[in-house]
Design a protein around this ligand. Structure first.
Ligand code: SAM
Ligand code: SF4
Length: 363
């Protein structure tokens, strides 16, 4: 059990050594009063697309299988998160979560927990048509499908794969399977993508999907992110307003990463159409963050941009007696959560990109 620093060495604390003021009961809280309710669980770092803002063309050195948490290890950690630490939403992500064959089993195990959380998934949609019925039967409640453009040539350029039809079919299958509030996540890698954005919103409105446009974050494996080249939330909203009337959304935002607007003239009175923008860089929402992350190799991370993380896998594979293991996980997790930084620091003078790229953290 060690606190692992990515980049700079840190002194690992002894088992049981916790900062003196870490709360030993109650919800998973940090020093600034934020409570973790939403856990993003990366089930694999592998992927079948190569989105330019995430992965290099040649892929990455995938995690050796034995280093990834097993089904049983994951179920144990998720049970502790939900039943002991008050986590209310589990979102499966990756890499591409559909590449993990035991996903249905994981979802079913989480759905059977006494404090059943909401179960969500973020996916690129490839292969979703084949899996969606089983995933929903297992307990999947909500889905976000990543789709940056409905232009086939541009889709192939961004993802380096010619698979737009599969993603669109996956979205349709999710609707047929009965999922409501299906969200589409879009990143615009270049300003040239802005004029095509209204087409994407139109596609989402026609099919009843809710579009979320995400500012590109400095988490690409190639480290090519550039602040000046980043398409900002203001630019995104300006281009959408050229073709749609966006009205203030009366629904409280809470800890949601997206600021949302109603799209005038679309949707129905009981289900108005919305569009959201996730302005992680230009309008950070760290003060309301309720998220924590678990990587596929069992590291707890308080933030996408955290410079340190806590290794849970060593504890899970230690010879600690079964009866003490849950309590040890709880202690380690509380300590990790307590140390969460007040903000992601992307706009600070000392920012440097974390060693792990997005695909190895879980977005
Ligand atoms: N493979 C799945 C997918 O693409 O939906 C799940 C993992 S992916 C890392 C999760 C989300 O992160 C996707 O919606 C993707 O667009 C987004 N993402 C990836 N790299 C990003 C970056 N550099 N900045 C902002 N969002 C990013
Ligand atoms: Fe794969 Fe998702 Fe990264 Fe695209 S954003 S390369 S689909 S992990």
């Amino acid at each position: 059990m060690t606190l692992v620093s990515l980049g700079l060495p840190t002194t690992p604390p002894a088992i049981g050594a916790v900062p003196i003021d870490t709360p030993r009961s109650g919800p998973l809280v940090d020093r600034f009063g934020r409570v973790v309710r939403d856990l993003r669980v990366s089930v694999t770092d592998r992927c079948n697309l190569r989105c330019t803002y995430c992965m290099p063309e040649e892929g990455l050195d995938w995690l050796p299988t034995e280093q990834a948490l097993t089904t049983a290890e994951l179920v144990r950690v998720l049970r502790v998160a939900v039943d002991e630490l008050g986590v209310e939403t589990i979102r499966f992500t990756g890499g591409e979560p559909l590449l993990r064959r035991d996903l249905e089993e994981l979802i079913a195990a989480v759905a059977a927990l006494p404090s059943r959380p909401e179960i969500a998934m973020t996916t690129n949609g490839l292969g979703l048509t084949r899996r969606i019925d089983g995933l929903v039967a297992a307990g999947l409640d909500r889905i976000n499908v990543s789709l940056d453009t409905v232009n086939p040539a541009r889709f192939a350029e961004i993802t380096r794969r010619d698979r737009l039809d599969d993603v669109i079919a996956g979205l349709a299958a999710a609707r047929r399977a009965g999922l409501s509030r299906i969200k589409v996540n879009a990143v615009l890698p270049a300003r040239d993508d802005l004029p095509r954005l209204p087409d994407l919103l139109r596609f989402c409105l026609e099919h009843g999907y809710e579009l979320r446009v995400i500012e590109q974050m400095p988490l690409d494996a190639d480290h090519r992110w550039n602040r000046e080249a980043m398409v900002t939330a203001d630019e995104i909203l300006a281009v959408l307003r050229t073709e749609f009337t966006l009205l203030p959304d009366p629904r409280p935002r809470g800890s949601a990463p997206a600021a949302t607007w109603l799209v005038d003239g679309h949707g129905s009175p009981d289900r108005p159409a919305r569009v959201g923008v996730i302005a992680s860089v230009t309008r950070p929402f760290c003060g309301d963050c309720d998220r924590a992350r678990l990587t596929a190799d069992g590291a707890l991370r308080n933030c996408l941009f955290a410079q340190s993380e806590t290794d849970l896998r060593t504890l899970l594979r230690s010879d600690l007696p079964e009866r003490s293991l849950d309590a040890a996980i709880v202690d380690l997790w509380r300590t990790n959560a307590w140390m969460k930084e007040p903000g992601h620091g992307v706009n600070g003078p000392n920012f440097h990109q974390p060693t792990r790229p997005m695909s190895a953290i879980g977005g």
